[in-house]
Every structure is written in structure tokens, then in C-alpha cells.
Design a binder for this molecule. Structure first.
Ligand code: SF4
Length: 287
């Protein structure tokens, strides 16, 4: 079966099978398909060019994860202002237009230093009426090139996480704390994050998802206003602007340390419970 798949589809399927296997979901795909895909990957190997690209993506993700707030001492983090007041709700039919207005207001933004190195401003992606929203840290190289959030290797992992929840990427809303790529994928400076995040808060207030998932310590810090290690924020549901907020690892961090995927899956299951989503009957779930 794998011989008839184009390379991109095969790579995506192999990656997804590996992700489910890391989660402990052993029965999500039929076993013969898993083995055929993984065997094909092993036997044929990835073409050199694709392997080089994947390596660069992994290195980029690693560098982003290495520079993330998880690795910084709490004392090194500077204070941030209180989040803006909660805006009035927007009727479901008007949300797309309301988001468009925010995008237009941002314009060709030069409000912080990050504009200097950006290629494309990354506003958001997904359904303006989503019940589930993900917030990450900021665009990486792929996102900066395409103008969309989470489209690189970390994005593929996020797509797999969303699919494991029984949802499609188009059914959720995805945004970042900052909308322009920090140089070298470094963590946004507090001044940059504090300048940009009011737009994120406005997006959140418009979409008003039932559940918001903060991906990584930077998103959690600037959303919750808690200078706290990720370990102290995970594992519970936070009240946030009339919504429920759950904190989990950034996909780039999970690429660096795949052992934490099961922990991330536990966080996502918490989100699924809040949303009333059931695990697929065919999934075994993590042990
Ligand atoms: Fe403007 Fe945000 Fe980009 Fe800074 S990161 S230039 S505030 S859009």
C-alpha cells in the first residue's frame, strides 16, 4: 500500500503513526497499514533532500525549544502588564468580520522591533467560531515564509495532536503571542510580547472558544500573567476570561523530548473532557 503513496503523504502518515505510537495509541490505525508504512520508510529511507530539510526543521525546532521560557530562570523574566479588559461578545455570524478588522488594524505593523526581520506577519489560522483554540509563542521560519501559524515540523505535530482529539485543523483556531518571527527563533522579549499580545487577547475575545490551550511556557505566561514554571500550570483547568484554559507543552519542545508526548496527551484529554469529546472507540489510549 505504501508504494502507491506520494512521498509527502507517506511522510505525513508515518509521522502520524509514530505520534500515535508515542502516545500509546496502538489501535488507531489498522496494524498492517502501520507496519507497511514504517517498513517502507525504513527500507527506502527518505530522499537526501527531504532528509536534509527534515534535519533543518528538527534543528530549528530544537533551537526554538532550547531558547524557550522553560529553560530560563524565573528571576530572568521581566514583569508584564495586566491583560486588557474582556471585550463584549461578538455574535457568531460576525466573528470572521471582527477578526478581519483586527487584522486590518494591525496592518503592516512596526509597533515592535520584530517587524524588522519578518517576511510575513502571521495573524492566525482556523475557524472564527472554533470551540477550541491553541496559542503558541511566535512564528518560526516556515510560518514566517507562509504567513500561517504552525506549518513546519512542530505544526505537523500539532496537526497530529488535533487529529488525535478527533478534530480537524480547520475546526480549531490557532494563533501566537507575537505575530512576527523573533530572530533566530529566540523567545520574544517581554516588550515585544507585551506590545503584540493585546491583539491576541482581542482575537481570543472575538472567537471566545470554550477551551483555550496554551502551548508552552511563553503562551501560558502571557495569557495567565503567572510567572510560574510549566509544571505548576499543567494538569488543571484555569479560569480565563470566562473560558477554560489548559496548559501543555509546545510541540517544538515535544520534538526535542518525545517522552513528554504522553503528558501532553493527558493535557489534551483534559481539554477533550471539557469539550465533551469522546475518545475514538478504536483507540486504546495511553497506559
Ligand atoms: Fe507588530 Fe506584533 Fe509584529 Fe511586533 S510582533 S511588529 S507588535 S505584529
Amino acid at each position: 500500500m505504501a508504494r502507491h503513496l506520494d512521498p509527502a503523504t507517506r511522510d505525513a502518515l508515518v509521522e502520524r503513526v509514530r505520534f500515535y505510537r508515542d502516545l500509546g495509541l496502538s489501535e488507531f490505525y489498522r496494524r498492517p497499514v502501520d507496519e507497511a508504512l514504517l517498513a517502507a520508510e525504513t527500507a527506502e529511507g527518505a530522499p537526501e533532500e527531504r532528509a536534509a530539510t527534515q534535519l533543518a526543521e528538527v534543528q530549528s525546532a530544537k533551537s526554538q525549544a532550547a531558547l524557550s521560557l522553560e529553560d530560563q530562570p524565573i528571576s530572568a523574566r521581566k514583569p508584564f502588564p495586566a491583560p486588557p479588559q474582556i471585550a463584549a461578545g461578538v455574535p457568531a455570524g460576525d466573528r470572521a468580520a471582527a477578526l478581519k478588522m483586527i487584522r486590518e488594524e494591525i496592518g503592516d505593523c512596526t509597533r515592535c522591533a520584530l517587524h524588522k526581520g519578518r517576511n510575513k506577519l502571521v495573524f492566525a489560522d482556523g475557524d472564527p467560531n472554533a470551540r477550541l483554540m491553541f496559542v503558541g509563542e511566535g512564528p518560526g521560519a516556515d510560518e514566517d515564509a507562509q504567513g500561517l501559524p504552525f506549518v513546519g515540523r512542530a505544526g505537523q505535530l500539532l496537526n497530529n495532536m488535533i487529529a488525535a482529539m478527533g478534530l480537524k485543523r480547520e475546526e480549531v483556531y490557532i494563533a501566537n503571542v507575537v505575530k512576527c518571527r523573533p530572530p533566530g527563533n529566540r523567545t520574544p522579549e517581554p516588550e515585544e510580547a507585551n506590545t503584540c499580545s493585546p491583539f491576541l487577547f482581542r482575537q481570543i475575545d472575538v472567537v471566545r472558544p470554550q477551551v483555550l490551550v496554551a502551548l508552552g511556557a511563553t503562551a501560558a505566561t502571557y495569557l495567565l500573567g503567572h510567572r510560574q514554571p510549566l509544571a505548576g500550570l499543567r494538569g488543571r483547568v484555569h479560569a480565563f476570561r470566562g473560558m477554560q484554559l489548559i496548559v501543555t507543552y509546545h510541540p517544538a519542545y515535544l520534538l526535542r523530548d518525545p517522552r513528554q508526548k504522553k503528558e501532553a496527551w493527558a493535557d489534551l484529554q483534559m481539554a477533550m473532557k471539557e469539550l465533551g469529546l469522546k475518545k475514538a472507540a478504536s483507540t486504546a489510549g495511553p497506559e
